[in-house]
Design a protein around this ligand. Structure first.
Ligand SMILES: NC(=O)c1ccc[n+]([C@@H]2O[C@H](COP(=O)([O-])OP(=O)(O)OC[C@H]3O[C@@H](n4cnc5c(N)ncnc54)[C@H](OP(=O)(O)O)[C@@H]3O)[C@@H](O)[C@H]2O)c1
Length: 236
């Protein structure tokens, strides 16, 4: 059955990635996380990797393969923001966000696809954002990197869909993590007022959707964008 499969979650030392790793552990999977700093939750194998570095990604995958076996489920979660208005956005603000969020997904998916093709099985989940579909002033770099994951997942579905590999996008709204804790209190209040659910989500509410997408129940879902946003992005 599915629950003893090997999972790799990027950025699993904190926030949403950590909650996803915890949930997979709870469900009985063999779980590895990448981290630049810190450690993954109890029961996971932590490997070091910066997703902007293809050689580091390759070494981390090799370590997981040696210790746990081929990676069957990949969650590309590592991501950053560097928010500022377009007029003030530097080349580096743009490039670093795109290279982490979009380039990082490309690097880990490319490396994971080798084993998945061999196994004729794979589940790829890309963590995007409601902002990628809805837009957000001050987040041109972030929104561009996150909306690009939709085209990425849909192209990959066309490339690998016949090989037992699904690729889906999860688009969280506002989740209680370090990323949203940085927002000024007034901004948080404004956001909550515009979310039909009237609150931010817990990271575990995102994790439950990711583990479901990795399960046998979701075998026929690919190229989908699943919002976990309390209704914020409806229709986008
Ligand atoms: N929080 C939200 O409301 C929200 C909403 C929508 C989408 N998301 C998306 O969900 C994902 C996780 O967000 P979060 O809120 O959990 O963020 P977070 O608490 O800021 O954690 C980000 C994670 O990504 C890792 N990371 C960042 N840059 C990396 C790099 N170059 N190489 C490897 N790892 C890197 C971090 O590792 P270090 O600890 O080493 O920095 C950390 O584990 C992101 O893709 C984010 O865009 C978040």
């Amino acid at each position: 059955m599915s629950a003893d499969r090997v999972v790799l979650v990027t950025g699993g030392n904190r926030g949403i990635g950590r909650a996803i790793a915890e949930r997979f552990v709870r469900d009985g999977y063999r779980v590895a996380v990448t981290a630049r700093s810190g450690e993954g939750p109890e029961g996971t194998l932590t490997v070091r990797a910066d997703v902007t570095d293809a050689a580091a990604v390759d070494a981390a995958f090799t370590e997981v393969e040696q210790k746990l076996g081929p990676i069957e489920i990949l969650v590309a979660n590592a991501g950053i923001t560097k928010d500022t208005l377009l007029m003030r956005m530097s080349e580096d603000d743009f490039d670093s966000v795109v290279s982490t969020n979009l380039g990082g997904s490309f690097r880990v998916v490319k490396r994971a696809s080798k084993g998945m093709l061999r196994a004729r099985f794979g589940r790829i989940v890309l963590i995007s954002s409601v902002v990628g579909l809805y837009g957000s002033a001050g987040q041109v770099n972030y929104a561009a990197s996150k909306s690009a994951l939709v085209g990425f997942a849909r192209s990959l579905t066309r490339e690998l869909g016949a090989r037992g590999i699904t690729t889906n996008v999860v688009a969280p709204g506002f989740i209680e993590t370090d990323m949203t804790a940085e927002l000024p209190e007034d901004t948080q209040k404004q956001y909550k007022a515009s979310i039909p659910a009237g609150r931010f989500a817990t990271a575990d509410e995102v994790a439950g959707v990711v583990t479901w997408l990795a399960s046998d129940d979701a075998a026929y879902i690919s190229g989908a964008v699943i919002p976990v946003d309390g209704g914020l992005g409806m229709g986008h």
